[in-house]
Design a protein around this ligand. Structure first.
Ligand code: WTA
Length: 662
């Protein structure tokens, strides 16, 4: 226990760090891609012109007719224009049409967890994308069809996305950590025609058998006609099951494929991909991104937020299964002709300095990761990064959840050597690209604050009524459309309107985040205000976990909340009422069985930290579970108002058990 004096000292420390400011160094400013603060006003003065000037830096097959058509909540950006995303990410760098010929530049520098390595130049990538595009065509995939991708972090994941874009198909990448049931649901919602997977991927020295999981999913996926399997292992590794006529080895198909596949001319508003993300119901939402606006957004933010230069080696540690992987492993960096580093495995394998060794070995210059990872590094101790030469780093980024000032400072000192600016970037699957962020050559940063909206983005903090809060707390809001915004939810346009555009109306976007603005107009994000949790930077809906729990034969009822967690940011706490027949079972075994069941239903990322059995759950007289109370119990806080409870004794009982459990 901390004494009150200690706690006070801690608060003061936090206050002091919160008050610190970091001005970009003169050297950094001088070389930065953008270093004139006037850019904000200029962009705001005519934001359509601002975004059009970025879009013009892409390669178009036909010019657009109109920059923006906004019939809230439906936007069309660069309508009438035609382009192809794969052409922008590869062709124009090797065919030299855009000026620079990057044919022999490394596009992807890759290292597997066991230490195997591969480098693909832009020319290699160009040929692989063309070939795989022909493979897809041969397997009957055409424009508008959906394909699912369930792969480890290997170059084929990037090739598959770009090949899909090349022929005008729509990819839906499913994170390799999701279970077969989660994969099945996503394939079925998207009605994907083809699945790309691998025999396995490496994680902490273990083979994660993706094809086996896929086989399980495919028992109930009627839309899938073909499966392409990447062979991650060599001849000596155990073979996975290959079902004749449905399953094909990637390398075999590639051998026979031609390396020339003319790109489809896509409309700017044609779908590029669907990416499922958690919302406030049990069913994940299929976020729809289109081509022209999305590419414009990721292209621009890549160049300015990360101050990208031709000689940089950029490493974004996100998996391709998340939006960060889509925007800042694939489309943003490659559209800019950058060298992207990709690592397959865990940061603590075989030792806790793997990331630092990789930075040293590959001379990484820009490093982009999540606060949850930074907090784990802090806990592992400074000795690990100290052993490596991190002097090539010149810029650091953070994404996925609020970064606490202590972690920010540690990152800045121990990884950035005190010389690298930090960009704390706020955005979402829905926004497609970074929205609120420092510009590293312009912005004075404050640890813990994502600072200000990117030029051409209009963000506010609003109260419940939609009134602007000059300084103080409220809800984050985006008040004008932006090019990389989601266009709809796949097959669910009503939910799109309701979820994002109905809180305040008038075409104001509601992201679902709490935020406060300080006197200087800086944004401080405070976490989700809805029933979405952020566990280790991963979005998980409380309802999703509840649905998984009640599908267990011993569970009658469940309520899920999160509580603060030192490393993961938030941890899942489940309150469970057992069915009559299960009440006599050993609770320790049941806890494990129920946790495993959630993992089976969703994936390891959703494993509850704690399960607490209770004879009843606190409900209002109308039968609604009082989550707020459960949250207070999980946080060990004093309980708020319980007068609306149907049975007040339930809470006391729960609280007592929770404390005993601790
Ligand atoms: C949270 C990840 C604070 C936020 C790109 C948002 C952040 C959700 C930050 C989106 C940040 C992301 N500071 N919170 N810099 N970045 N978030 O869709 O709650 O996986 O709504 O996209 O993560 O998560 P998503």
């Amino acid at each position: 226990m901390q004494t009150p004096v200690q706690r006070n000292a801690l608060d003061i420390h936090v206050l002091l760090t919160e008050a610190r400011k970091f001005t970009p160094s003169k050297q950094f400013q001088a070389q930065a891609n953008v270093n004139d603060p006037a850019i904000y006003e200029k962009a705001a003065g005519d934001y359509e012109a601002f975004w059009a000037s970025w879009a013009r830096q892409l390669e178009w097959i036909e010019p657009w007719k109109q920059v923006l058509e906004w019939k809230a909540p439906h936007a069309k950006w660069f309508d009438g224009g035609k382009l192809n995303a794969s052409v922008n990410c590869v062709d124009r760098h090797v065919l030299g049409q855009g000026g620079a010929n990057l044919r022999n530049k490394a596009a992807i520098i890759w290292e597997g967890e066991p230490g195997d390595t591969r480098t693909l130049t832009y020319w290699d990538l160009y040929r692989a994308v063309n070939r795989f595009a022909n493979v897809l065509k041969k397997l009957g995939v055409s424009r508008g069809d959906r394909i699912a991708i369930y792969l480890p972090m290997i170059p084929e994941a990037v090739i598959a996305c770009l090949a899909s874009a090349r022929i005008g198909a729509v990819h839906s990448v499913v994170f390799g950590g999701f279970s077969s049931e989660a994969l099945r649901d996503r394939i079925n919602d998207a009605e994907a025609k083809l699945l790309i997977t691998a025999d396995f991927g490496w994680r902490r020295g273990k083979q994660i058998l993706l094809k086996n999981a896929a086989d399980e999913a495919l028992c109930a996926c009627p839309s899938i006609q073909n499966v392409v399997v990447v062979q991650r292992g060599g001849v000596s590794t155990p073979p996975c099951h290959i079902q004749a006529s449905r399953d094909h080895w990637w390398h075999r198909l590639m051998e026979d494929a031609s390396s020339s596949c003319p790109p489809e001319a896509m409309n700017a508003e044609d779908m590029l991909y669907i990416l499922y993300t958690s919302g406030t119901t049990g069913k994940p939402k299929g976020i729809v991104h289109t081509t022209g606006g999305y590419l414009t957004g990721v292209y621009a933010t890549m160049k300015w937020v990360f101050d990208l230069k031709p000689e940089d080696v950029f490493w974004c540690t996100a998996d391709i299964g998340w939006v960060t992987g889509h925007s800042y492993v694939v489309y943003g960096p490659l559209a800019n002709g950058a060298s992207v580093f990709i690592y397959e495995g865990a940061p603590d394998w075989p030792e806790k300095d793997r990331f630092w060794k990789l930075i040293e070995k590959y001379g990484i210059t820009i490093f982009y990761t999540a606060p949850t990872a930074i907090r784990a590094f802090m806990k592992w101790g400074d000795a690990w990064p100290r052993k490596a030469d991190l002097s090539t780093l010149r810029l650091l980024g953070s994404v996925g959840e609020p970064i606490n000032p202590e972690a920010w400072i540690w990152y800045q000192e121990k990884i950035g050597g005190g010389r690298c600016p930090i960009v704390d970037t706020w955005w979402q699957t829905e926004t497609g690209a970074i929205m609120i962020t420092p510009l590293p050559g312009v912005t004075v940063t404050k640890p813990g604050s994502a600072t200000k909206a990117f030029p051409g983005i209009f963000a506010e903090v609003l109260n419940e009524l939609g009134e602007r809060i000059e300084s103080g707390g409220g809800y984050a809001a985006i008040t004008r459309p932006w090019p990389s915004m989601l266009r709809t939810l796949f097959k669910d346009p009503e939910r799109y309107e309701k979820q994002y555009w109905s809180k305040w109306k008038n075409g104001i976007y509601f992201p679902g985040d709490g935020a406060k603005r300080d006197e200087e107009g800086y944004f401080w994000f405070l976490g989700r205000v809805d029933d979405v949790m952020n566990v280790a930077g991963h979005r998980i809906g409380t309802m999703e976990v509840e649905s998984a729990l009640v599908a267990h034969p011993d569970v009658a009822e469940a309520a899920v909340v999160s509580r603060k967690h030192e490393i993961k940011g938030e941890a899942i706490v489940a309150f469970v009422t057992l069915r009559e027949h299960a009440r006599s079972k050993s609770s320790r075994m049941l806890v494990e069985a129920i946790k495993d069941h959630v993992v089976k239903k969703i994936g390891a990322l959703a494993r509850p930290e704690e399960i607490l059995f209770s004879a009843d759950l606190p409900k209002t007289r109308s039968g609604k579970i009082m989550r707020r109370l459960l949250r207070d119990i999980a946080e060990g806080k004093a309980l708020g108002d319980t007068t609306t409870l149907a049975d007040p004794t339930v809470v006391e009982d729960l609280k007592r058990r929770y404390e005993e459990d601790e």
